[in-house]
Design a protein around this ligand. Structure first.
Ligand code: PPS
Length: 318
């Protein structure tokens, strides 16, 4: 039996064991407001990057200043719970990792879905699970993790079902469907597309102000985010919080739950989290054996049959 990270299953969905089951249940029942924007992904497909692009656009060229501000403007609903989502400043963007059939959905809300090739996604989720202590997976092997991934048994379920569930909605007027590798190849075009989707005034603002556009591209680059975002995440998750600190009313319910969970597993403080890791296309080549490559490729061919998805990643799936 391959050993996976510490997970739990709530309402048929696999989530990290550190998450509050109540927050997940509340999230599944959240009623979207008309001006809600959601950023939806399978884990490790470019969520944090697109969250930062959206925040930089909404803040008219300024990046988030702290972890707390980032959370306020773009909470991860299944993690934080719905309390902070109900009261967050709008416009903002709510992060979820839900497949379409579980996503709180309204035609009056907007959804940005981001996908990434499954090879790099698998590698990225492997490192994420090994690095964050809550998964108790620091000794996890890629060999084991690969089996969990290809069997659709990682957090948030099966990569392929997730992608296919949203692919069907790629042309809906309230859905913007993005591909990580395409954002990487032409970030400027992607930023403009996202701005237009958020509202014509944001696209006009960027077309008029070249300096703002350049600032946003720089402030959402992997080099910039490796420094700022990793520091922000480390400032919150890197230390052991006292009971009084956890009781602070400004900390969302689900984050309190995670902080308590971290204490219960004797988490050791660490100053930085490599949440933003390499941010490149093709790191999978440093991890996959030939056999693993062939198996995942076969699965892609079978699952993506009859769709245009293979065209997203011609180099890998040709
Ligand atoms: S999560 O936990 O699901 O929210 O993770 P997510 O943000 O979706 O994915 C993390 C991967 O995205 C990379 N990343 C970036 N790539 C390019 N540019 C920027 N600015 C950027 N920010 C984050 C991050 O490094 C993870 O990929 P890997 O391959 O692990 O480096």
């Amino acid at each position: 039996m391959p050993k996976g990270p510490d997970y739990q299953e709530i309402e048929g969905l696999i989530i990290p064991k550190a998450f509050s089951p109540k927050c997940l249940r509340d999230s599944l029942r959240y009623k979207p407001k008309d001006n809600d924007v959601f950023i939806v992904t399978f884990p490790k497909c470019g969520t944090t990057w697109v969250q930062h692009i959206v925040i930089n656009i909404l803040k008219r060229g300024l990046p988030p200043e702290s972890f707390e501000e980032f959370q306020r403007l773009s909470p991860f609903m299944e993690l934080t719970g719905t309390g902070i989502v109900e009261t967050m400043p709008r416009p903002g963007a709510i992060k979820t990792h839900l497949p379409f059939n579980m996503q709180p959905y309204s035609l009056q809300a907007k959804y940005i879905y981001v996908t990434r090739n499954p090879f790099d996604c698998c590698v990225s989720l492997f490192h994420h699970s090994r690095t964050l202590p809550v998964y108790q997976y620091s000794d996890g092997t890629f060999e084991d993790f690969f089996e969990i991934f290809i069997n659709g048994e990682t957090e948030f379920g099966d990569y392929f079902d997730h992608l296919l569930s949203w692919y069907e909605h790629r042309n809906d007027p309230n859905v913007l469907f993005l591909v990580y590798e395409k954002i990487k190849a032409d970030t400027r075009a992607a930023v403009l597309k996202i701005a237009k989707f958020l509202g014509q005034e944001y696209e006009d603002m960027l077309v008029k102000d070249e300096q703002m556009m350049e600032n946003i591209i720089r402030q959402t680059s992997v080099e910039y985010m490796k420094k700022s975002t990793n520091k922000h995440f480390g400032s919150f998750f890197g230390s052991v919080h006292s009971d009084e600190e956890i009781d602070n009313e400004n900390i969302p319910e689900g984050l309190k739950h995670v902080l308590k969970y971290m204490k219960s597993i004797n988490f050791k403080p660490q100053s930085e989290f490599t949440f933003v890791r390499k941010g490149i296309v093709g790191d999978w080549k440093n991890h996959f054996t030939q056999k693993q490559r062939e198996r995942l490729k076969r699965k892609c061919i079978e699952k993506f049959k009859g769709t245009e998805i293979p065209e997203f990643w011609p180099d890998i799936l040709k």
